[in-house]
Design a protein around this ligand. Structure first.
Ligand SMILES: [Zn+2]
Ligand SMILES: [Zn+2]
Length: 392
């Protein structure tokens, strides 16, 4: 699926054409970690705990377009690529259609579970719906009514590319959504790097180009933190928004690269993944998202412990108590930044970190590697007892 580099690197006018096409198509993307605000210096002593239950880390790609709407690839092509990249699941979300579901496109393709959701165009912006079975007549419904209808069907939904200039999310009065895209590859790129996109067409190989434009998604992450403060709990996911634009035999923003740029890992207490497992993990925020062109993220963990037991993982609420600590573990060394209530409060460059916690708050971790954004955890909500909310 890699573009033909001999063609891409040529100075033929065709590349100009293709770049114009890709920009016009409105694809898009990417992101620096915040200045490292430093607070207390946590201790680094590691403790031994027994993980209960045992979670398995399943990696996937969310928000993919196919020939069912404005994407270039078929389900079969996408599944082959997902197999090759060892993706455990993918979520296809074509615009305003569940036709792939009716065509029985959902299911296992080799080692990858392919799920069918849809991206709904609402008056307030694009809304990513999953685990829904009926299309929604959008014409007479408000954004809130569409969110409510997704919930009525037992689905879950995410505010898509909230700061994409062409299709911003504008209705911030809504409630009842599951979460927000903390990172959307396509739209960040198009919004901010058109000139660089043009240069990319002259670049081979393409990986260094994409690494060069990676930057921390400040606006979506800031909004995510603000929404958590407002709503109590909001789940963050990574979105690919892969379309793959094919022009004159060339592939731009190819699935192969887009699938490596933004992934969402779900933590599931089962050794056999099901669609319900993916949805439940996303609903609970038992998930983290990653940019794996930087490095493989599988195996990352961020959890609350009391020195003996695991009290909760990403997405969980845990009571403030004596001996409480947050522990992070990375598959490779990185620069970890602890965010508390939306503010950076500590940083450490290592592969492990144990952070004593003595105050309630919403704690999430961001990790960069070689100064590129790499991993974003969902929060652990440390509550004083009266503030504990329901977990589901
Ligand atoms: Zn969209
Ligand atoms: Zn999309």
């Amino acid at each position: 699926m890699t573009p033909d580099r001999s063609q891409v690197s040529g100075h033929s006018p065709r590349w100009v054409y293709a770049v114009l096409a890709i920009c016009a198509a409105g694809c898009a993307v990417v992101t620096h970690l915040p200045p490292h605000a430093m607070g207390t210096t946590p201790t680094t002593t590691r403790s031994t705990v027994t993980e209960q239950p045992h979670y398995t880390d399943y990696v996937g790609v969310i928000h993919i377009h196919t020939v069912y709407s404005d994407g270039a690839g078929t389900f079969e092509e996408i599944a082959r690529l997902a197999n090759a990249q060892q993706l455990d699941y993918v979520v296809v979300t074509d615009h305003n259609t569940l036709q792939p579901l009716r065509d029985r496109k959902q299911g296992w393709y080799g080692t990858t579970l392919v799920l069918v959701g849809m991206e709904i165009s609402t008056s307030g912006g694009h809304y990513l719906a999953m685990n829904v079975t009926q299309e929604i007549d959008r014409s007479h419904l408000t954004t809130q009514q569409i969110i409510d209808e997704v919930n009525r069907q037992g689905g879950l939904g995410f505010i898509a590319h909230p700061f994409f200039k062409k299709r911003r999310w504008t209705d911030w009065t809504v409630t009842g959504f599951t979460g927000i895209e903390g990172y959307n590859v396509a739209h960040d790129a198009i919004d901010e790097n058109r000139l660089r996109l043009a240069l990319w067409t002259l670049t081979a190989p393409v990986e260094p180009f994409y690494l060069s434009i990676l930057d921390r998604p400040y606006d979506p992450l800031g909004k995510w933190d603000a929404m958590i403060a407002q709503h109590g709990r909001v789940v963050g996911i990574g979105a690919s928004d892969a379309h793959e634009v094919r022009v004159l035999g060339l592939k731009f923003a190819p699935y192969e690269i887009m699938f490596r740029l933004s992934r969402t890992h779900v933590l599931v207490a089962s050794s056999a993944l099901t669609d319900a497992d993916v949805y439940e993990a996303l609903r609970r925020g038992h998930a983290y998202f990653s940019i794996e062109l930087v490095a493989d993220a599988k195996g990352f963990s961020f959890q609350a412990e009391d020195g003996h037991r695991v009290l909760g993982i990403m997405g969980d609420e845990v009571p403030l108590q004596a001996g409480l600590a947050l522990t992070a573990s990375l598959p490779a060394p990185g620069q970890m930044t602890l965010m508390k209530n939306g503010h950076a409060v500590g940083t450490k460059t290592d592969q492990h970190w144990e952070i004593p916690v003595s105050e309630p708050g919403v704690y999430r971790l961001e990790v960069s590697r070689h100064e590129k954004p790499w991993i974003f955890s969902n929060p652990i909500y440390v509550r004083t007892a009266p503030l504990l909310l329901r977990q589901d």
